[in-house]
Write a protein that binds this ligand. Sequence first.
Ligand code: XMP
Ligand code: MG
Length: 183
Amino acid sequence: MDAKHLGDELSAVLHTEAELRGRLAELAREIEADYGDEPPLLVGVLKGAVMVMADLARELNFHAQMDWMAVSSYGAGTKSSGVVKILKDLDADIAGRDVLIVEDIIDSGLTLAWLKENLELRGAKSVKICTMLRKPDALKVEVDVAYVGFDIPVEFVVGYGLDYAENYRNLRDVAILAPHVYS
Ligand code: XMP
Ligand code: MG
């Protein structure tokens, strides 16, 4: 869906589809250089990371195996709870493997900090993080993020996989949701 179909539901487009794709291409070159001929297992976090995963994986010029987890931290609202629950676990055994977590957004960092530790405890050889978006001014815990698409302001954003109450995921761009939609 294009932003023009959403009328006043969005206050601003932050990053267009073309910008997102261009930045992912740059990150893919970094990832290829860092991992060489030992590609990591890409672990996507459902559902928000679906678009990032699809675009990043196709951009990578080496074998890109994908696995998925679903965790809950937000429910249907807009505030992070810090309580993380696994709703769907990995299919793969990651012991001894290099893992690259692929995420849509890091807000407080609580979800990713928890997830990174969880995967390390399973005996992964390495666990790194790639996120399309990060809100540096919202971070509550320190998370080491190897690959960041764009740093954005502390606003609730939707599109490119990101939802509000399950809507807007299919918006091509990343946009700030107008406050009247959720208040
Ligand atoms: P934390 O705060 O744990 O949050 O880093 C990570 C997860 O929260 C969701 N999230 C958002 N979803 N617009 C969204 O649609 C946002 O601005 C936003 N901020 C955080 C998201 O699911 C992410 O994985
Ligand atoms: Mg979400």
